[in-house]
Design a protein around this ligand. Sequence first.
Ligand code: 6R9
Length: 648
Amino acid sequence: MSNESLANLLKEERRFAPPAELAASANVTADAYAQASEDRLAFWAEQARRLSWAVEPTETLDWSNPPFAKWFADGKLNVAYNCVDRHVEAGNGDRVAIHFEGEPGDSRAITYAQLKDEVSRAANALQELGVAKGDRVAVYLPMIPEAVVSMLACARIGAAHSVVFGGFSADAVASRIQDADAKVVITADGGYRRGKPSALKPAIDEALTKVDGVQKVLVVRRTGEEVAWTEGRDVWWHELVDAQSAEHTPEAHDAEQPLFILYTSGTTGKPKGILHTSGGYLTQASYTHHAVFDLKPETDVYWCTADIGWVTGHSYIVYGPLANGATQVIYEGTPDTPHQGRFWEIVQKYGVTILYTAPTAIRTFMKWGDDIPARYDLSSLRVLGSVGEPINPEAWVWYREHIGAGRTPIVDTWWQTETGAMMISPLPGVTETKPGSAQRALPGIAATVVDDEANEVPNGSGGYLVLTEPWPSMLRTIWGDDQRYIDTYWSRFEGRYFAGDGAKKDEDGDIWLLGRVDDVMLVSGHNISTTEVESALVGHPAVAESAVVGASDATTGQAIVAFVILRGSASNSEELVAELRNHVGRTLGPIAKPKQIKVVSELPKTRSGKIMRRLLRDIAEGREVGDTTTLADSTVMNLIQSQLPAGA
Ligand code: 6R9
């Protein structure tokens, strides 16, 4: 990546010190970095003691067969016991674990004692259905408490869950069920989305005509809509689970017992089943949730807006927060149902103190207007988190000003399905934050930026993000394909984990993420990151969101094509488009001026909010649009095409 393309984000000079009050009582202070760098393994061994082990581990890391790691291998624990029972045993059974808010406005508070009973019943039910330790269970549910209960019930009996996004098509579900060889599927009649019931079970019924091996389908009744029923295979949750005993003895499993498989949305090729195991995963999910959000379980109300089908839902709705005894909000629906203030209404209703969401959501809120959050009391908020994509400085600053009242620290957390837990992030009581930068590897984590030849780049330069030491919550392999695990992550740079992201280091050595390396454009021999052009566009007051792609071009190799969504107040005109091109030219340099700017009303995104640039590239290059099965809303591509002049 050439340095001229890096200049722009480096110009971001705003700095925000941690609030004094938070710093004074922060869970983690600056010493953690020193302690971890002195003895990384001792540091993680200490963090593992956050958990209750049936057999304490004596060995921290076994790296004798890289890149296949074993963490805490001679220890034994039960993950569900750690997330539920031990809080009840410690006298916190009456603490609310989950404030559930359904999209239609129904709500339910579930205490840790109730969660323990429900997880125990579900574990008994799964065993009655024939699920045993080592089996796989597919979970295809809306954002309802039963999703959390199902995952913990699997963990309790030592079966690995494979959660599939409720938005995925029957084919996508079928291939994932097949690859994981799941024995049981847990689903629901449907869930609520955008103000109406949205069916789920038909996709399972269709998927199961294509794959064998699934013996039972456990069905939660959520919407009450009619469903097709296969006698002998389908079982109602409320009939089977509710009839079970609330007693279930949690067996101690090996630290390396598989906990879950989660398929990454991968833009090409067969989806990769990322395998996570128990002890190391839970250690890092719990530690990072404690350190990065400064969670105080007695007083905080935490809310992560992710879907359970995304890794963020696994680590920061289920495992991290529950291992830490948090009280959290789980919301079923979309942010604009029934109105665009829904999120802020929820923050106000529950007194949310820690909010974790994605840049795509933040940019959407910016587009809807400052006046909407201003109508609600958001004064309970004290830490704000971001995850999923690079956050543009403008969105970061808007988040801090309009949601955090200019007071709350923002933690921009970089990590991946593969890393299992956060890796690079500010610490809210320690770090002087910089809008747009994830900044520094967390204590115990080793990350750097290298060039094509694997040399570490100096401060002020860019290249590829790599992780240089194994970490507790790292993926253990790609399910059923060790060779692909080696090839994908450990072959590009010898002995280092290649994350697939471009990044740069600033003069202080802080890390700025630049997006997936596949999304870097090559224009007349210059490397230009899509993230930087997008950031420049969003920096213009008329632009709410943008997605930039490199389209092949006979003269320049690739040409920059930008798709933009305008803010409510702006209207599309030739003058505006010219003005936006000049704005990018002024901010980044003439080489980065988009050749074309297309004004649209939506962008194609996955359910986790990532822009699918591959589909926009298809449009920009005049091809038929490729596979759209992982889009959150499959109608978006038709909408976009209808908004562009023919042949554009
Ligand atoms: C947790 C999650 C992983 C990819 C990752 C990167 C992007 C995530 C980011 C970020 C910049 C951040 N990403 N967090 N980029 N800053 N704070 O999103 O997992 O769905 O596997 O995606 O997301 O490109 O490589 P996953």
